[in-house]
Design a protein around this ligand. Structure first.
Ligand SMILES: [Zn+2]
Length: 51
C-alpha cells in the first residue's frame, strides 16, 4: 500500500517498512494535524518481463 498527500510532500509506503495498519493510522494523523487530503494507491504487482 502507498498513501500520499494531495497538498504537500507527505507520503508513506509499505516499501519503507510500514504495515498497512501503520500507514492507515499515520494517514489519519496527517489529516487530523493538517487537514490535508491523503489519497491511497494500491501498488500494482511487479511486472513480469517476458524474454
Ligand atoms: Zn499534507
Amino acid at each position: 500500500m502507498y498513501k500520499y498527500c494531495l497538498h504537500c510532500e507527505w507520503q508513506i509506503s509499505t516499501a519503507d517498512g510500514y504495515t498497512d495498519e501503520e500507514i492507515s493510522k499515520r494517514a489519519i494523523d496527517h489529516f487530523v494535524e493538517t487537514g490535508h487530503t491523503v489519497d491511497s494507491v494500491r501498488l500494482p504487482p511487479p511486472v513480469v518481463l517476458e524474454n
